[in-house]
Design a protein around this ligand. Structure first.
Ligand SMILES: [Zn+2]
Ligand SMILES: [Zn+2]
Length: 270
């Protein structure tokens, strides 16, 4: 279908990019196919695109409750999402629906070590509160692929300045737990973020900055240095994604945008 690019990651796993630089994924088991996130393409049905890949019954898991990851939720009967997202302000969640008929009460709650069996393919979930309180990363243990949504950025720095983000103190704890969880799962997974074509601001890593365990380790250091006042940062023009001042900091391969007044307290508002 026009506007979408489908790339085979390996036998049984696909990446789909929409025209707006949103990336979502399809993992096919013997019984079910799992769609991870949806992108946002107004006036289209993404299930039609997915039918070019598989005829298995579809279930959806959304990495977090931002519109660019769940816009097409109404096309799926079974949807998994962390109910920690429901701690966000109702007005914020309503905004994120973009006028679509989305009922969060119908979603199935997931959290660390939730497992979804697709038949011969197993997906496991790990909480990674930060960008949003209920952000999750999803590991396809069969193919060793990790789908991260916006939890640690996506080829550019993680957005911790948005109105749904938690404090850097909470993010630090969640990152450390996720790192330990991934290490226990072998630590060799390939990372796939929510926006494959985004480009870093870093002078050290110009262009696309692939996600990896190494970047995750750098991100843990970056967040810890910032929250302890040991790293300098610079303002970002136009305060993207926020109506407060936004700043940029980098360490190794990791980059982050954040609000200086949301280091020790959650940014969640409106
Ligand atoms: Zn997001
Ligand atoms: Zn996103």
């Amino acid at each position: 279908m026009e506007g979408f690019t489908i790339t085979k990651l390996c036998e049984g796993a696909y990446n789909i990019n929409d025209a707006h630089d949103d990336s979502f994924y399809v993992v096919i088991g013997e019984k079910l196919a799992r769609v991870i996130d949806t992108g946002v393409t107004e006036g289209a049905r993404i299930t039609q695109v997915i039918r070019e890949i598989t005829d298995r019954p579809l279930v959806l898991v959304v990495t977090h409750a931002h519109f660019d990851h769940m816009y097409h939720m109404d096309e799926f009967e079974t949807v998994y999402m962390s109910h920690k997202e429901l701690t966000l302000k109702e007005s914020f969640l309503e905004n994120m629906k973009h006028g679509k008929d989305i009922d969060f009460a119908k979603t199935v709650d997931i959290s660390t070590d939730s497992v979804i069996d697709l038949g011969g393919v197993t997906l496991s979930v790990c909480n990674l509160a930060g960008h949003t309180p209920g952000s999750v990363i999803i590991l396809d243990e069969t193919h060793d692929l990790l789908f991260t949504g916006d939890a640690i950025g996506s080829g550019c720095g993680v957005w911790m300045q948005v109105k749904s983000s938690v404090s850097l103190d909470r993010y630090y704890e969640a990152l450390r737990k996720a790192f330990a969880w991934l290490t226990a799962k072998g630590g060799r997974m390939k990372f796939w973020g929510g926006h494959n074509k985004q480009v870093a601001q870093s002078e050290q890593v110009p262009g696309f900055n692939p996600l990896s365990m190494g970047l995750l380790a750098d991100l843990i250091d970056l967040v810890d240095l910032v929250r302890n006042g040991k790293l300098e940062y610079r303002p970002v023009d136009g305060n993207p994604g926020s109506d407060k001042p936004v700043v940029y900091a980098a360490w190794g391969r990791a980059e982050m945008l954040f609000s200086p007044d949301a280091i020790h307290s959650d940014n969640m508002s409106e």
